[in-house]
Design a protein around this ligand. Structure first.
Ligand code: AMP
Length: 368
């Protein structure tokens, strides 16, 4: 006998969101459009998400009393970034539905588990090895050759905790740089992939296992930070099919409820290698707000509320460009461009490299 699915949460219900950044902000806005309330939980005051809903708990992720009150106040919980402590999500999951669940978070917040998981699913990645110190690093470097990339297994994002190794690099210095002096740090060494381009696929998966994926998009990084997303990616239908099939297979294998973003390298000969998984809305999916029938943010709300997914069809092609640091100060000029949409995240301080907003330039849909 198959288990009955939990009933959908009707409009009026409250979505709990762990994390207070722009992804939470845009999720809360999409939830509001469907008649839901959102309750933000994060340690920071006046973040992008808590500006758009009156329901806000400012507390540490290990504050068990605050977590208990939060669980009581919401109907379901999701998270907007994957560096939320696993224990926080496990505590909440005892008393309220958390979608996606702690098992998904445990895999996606650890690069080693993530790559092992891909391997177990028959999904290709760069060659990699677990590294627990400078000796292991030196040994594997001899084996892998250079260039290679040493990454922190946990808590890395936007290139933080990453060191590129060349033939003359000193393993001990690279290890020290990667760990930042943290004695608990564990690393992963990856062979350098000489990729032609980077793509990502975002797939939504509902409570009933229904899936809806967006076309692969092309991502251009600068200094490890996403700069531009071109949608759809300029790849052949065969490569697009490979990328989509990979994302769907992983979402299925994770028993995902919500969104899975899969970042991939495409090599010169059309091979697709998974680089990273994100179990949440993704920066490379911001174009979907303006160019698709259903945005990634609406899809995640639909999925975690137990609703049917929407159409992920795109009616326009799009180029999304992040506004970093002081670039957002040019909002007046950005507003004047009639073919693009401006989105600002309400961040007060424009630190260099900080994602302050984005613009999406639309063009008529070019294919299929
Ligand atoms: P990540 O934090 O893993 O998303 O890496 C950030 C960026 O570094 C990627 O988007 C790539 O541009 C580059 N990168 C990461 N890993 C590799 C690799 N194994 N080979 C080549 N480039 C990489």
């Amino acid at each position: 006998m198959t288990e009955a699915l939990p009933a959908p949460l009707a409009p009026g219900a409250t979505l709990g969101i762990l994390g207070g950044g722009q992804l939470g902000r845009m999720t809360a806005l999409a939830a509001a459009a469907l008649g839901y309330r959102s309750h933000i939980y994060c340690p920071e005051a006046d973040g992008p998400a808590s500006q758009v809903t009156p329901l806000f708990t400012q507390a540490a992720y290990d504050d068990e009393a605050a977590l208990a009150d939060f669980a009581e106040a919401v109907d379901v919980v999701t998270f907007e970034f994957e560096n939320i402590p696993l224990r926080t999500v496990e505590i909440l999951a005892r008393s309220v539905a958390v979608r996606p669940g702690p098992e998904v978070l445990a895999i996606c917040q650890d690069r080693l588990r993530e790559k092992d998981f891909c391997g177990n699913q028959g999904v290709a990645t760069a060659r990699y090895a677990a590294i627990d110190g400078p000796d292991a690093l030196a040994r594997h470097l001899r084996d892998f050759g250079t260039p290679a990339v040493l990454k922190t297994a946990r808590l890395g994002y936007d290139g933080k905790g990453q060191v590129r190794l060349e033939a003359d690099s000193d393993p001990a210095a690279a290890w020290a740089e990667m760990t930042g002096g943290d004695p608990e740090a564990r690393g992963i060494l990856e062979a350098f992939v000489d990729f032609k381009l980077e793509v990502s696929v975002i797939v939504a998966r509902g409570l009933d296992g229904e899936m809806a994926d967006y076309p692969p998009v092309e991502n251009q990084h600068e200094g490890h930070i996403l700069r531009t997303t071109i949608a759809p990616a300029r790849i052949t239908p065969l490569v697009a099919e490979r990328a989509e099939a990979t994302a769907r297979r992983l979402a299925e294998a994770l028993d995902m409820v919500g969104l899975l973003a899969v970042e991939m390298f495409v090599t010169e000969d059309g091979e697709v290698l998974v680089n990273e998984l994100a179990p949440r809305p993704h920066n490379s999916g911001h174009w979907t707000i303006d160019a698709c029938v259903t945005s990634q943010f609406e899809q995640v709300v639909r999925a975690v509320m137990g609703l049917p997914l929407g159409s992920s069809d795109h009616h326009s092609d799009a180029v999304m460009r992040n506004l970093l640091g002081e670039e957002a100060a040019a909002w007046r000029a950005q507003l004047g461009d009639r073919n693009q949409k401006l989105h600002l995240y309400g961040k007060a301080e424009a630190k260099p490299g900080r994602k302050m907003g984005h613009v999406t330039r639309l063009a008529p849909r070019s294919e299929g």
